[in-house]
Design a protein around this ligand. Structure first.
Ligand code: GLP
Length: 252
């Protein structure tokens, strides 16, 4: 099977991704009843999550119209613990807190016990599977916490974080050490989504972007697995696109 080519859009600036992502949310709500949307954390999604929070609060989007989940969680980080992924998501988008209380937000189990992981995968399947998966990109080419070398066949699992990943996370945890293990959606879990939208912004992501789109499809560069998925959109700002096609022409 020859690799699929994700649709790539180069934006004038990262902020231009916000309306595109809100539109993706609207589209999946129109296409599916109570779709399960899986959100990503990281600075990449801050502006979008705040905008989504505003839409949900003001009724521009119906909080009852979808179910939510996310990609990964640090080991031992319960939903309210500072620095955790669920805590980050609920701070940015407070509507997720109510969804969590009502069982409409499915948190990744944070202790990594095998039964909790299979239980989570079963809950995602009962919710219809992931209709829309939002994804960031690590500068080492990771997606979620699938570090280089993770098999493409992987489901949810416990993983050891790469040193670059820990270094990137360190400022959020200082003066404490950043966590070294997490529970993450696997690459097969991610590829199981109907629609994937990956965002990468800034010069620091440019090399991983180039390798993801034009390098070998290999576990050494986890994001290259997206070329085995037929319905993926990649949103870049100009700096992240600098190593592809000489920077590619910016669209909007
Ligand atoms: C963490 C998350 C990833 C995310 C990445 C990028 O490693 N597990 O899902 O894509 O950070 O973060 P940022 O958006 O801050 O660059």
């Amino acid at each position: 099977m020859s690799p699929a080519h994700p649709e790539v859009r180069v934006l004038l600036a990262a902020d231009a991704a916000v309306p595109v992502l809100l539109d993706e949310v609207r589209q999946v709500m129109a296409r599916r009843e109570s779709p399960l949307i899986s959100f990503a954390t990281g600075s990449t999604f801050g502006a979008f999550l705040r905008a989504l929070g505003g839409e949900l609060q003001q009724g521009g989007l119906a909080v009852t119209a979808f179910n939510a989940t996310h990609l990964d969680e640090y080991i031992g980080f319960e939903p309210t613990r500072r620095g955790g992924m669920v805590q980050e998501l609920t701070m940015r988008c407070p509507a997720f807190r109510d969804m969590l209380a009502r069982g409409k937000f499915l948190p990744v189990p944070c202790y990594g016990a095998a039964g909790s992981i299979t239980g989570h995968e079963a809950r995602l399947a009962r919710a219809g599977g992931i209709a829309l998966q939002l994804l960031g990109l690590g500068r080492n080419g990771h997606i979620a916490f699938n570090e280089p070398g993770t098999p493409f066949e992987s489901g949810f699992h416990v993983t050891q974080l790469a040193e670059t990943t820990r270094a990137d996370a360190a400022p959020s945890f200082a003066p404490d050490e950043p966590p070294d293990r997490a529970v993450t959606a696997g690459i097969a879990s991610i590829l199981g989504a109907e629609r994937i939208v990956l965002c990468a912004f800034g010069r620091g992501k440019a090399h991983a972007v180039q390798a993801m789109l034009h390098g070998d499809v290999t576990p050494a560069l986890p994001a290259s697995a997206l070329r085995r998925h037929g319905n993926t959109l990649v949103l870049l700002d100009r700096e992240a696109a600098i190593e592809i096609e000489g920077g590619a022409a910016a669209g909007s």
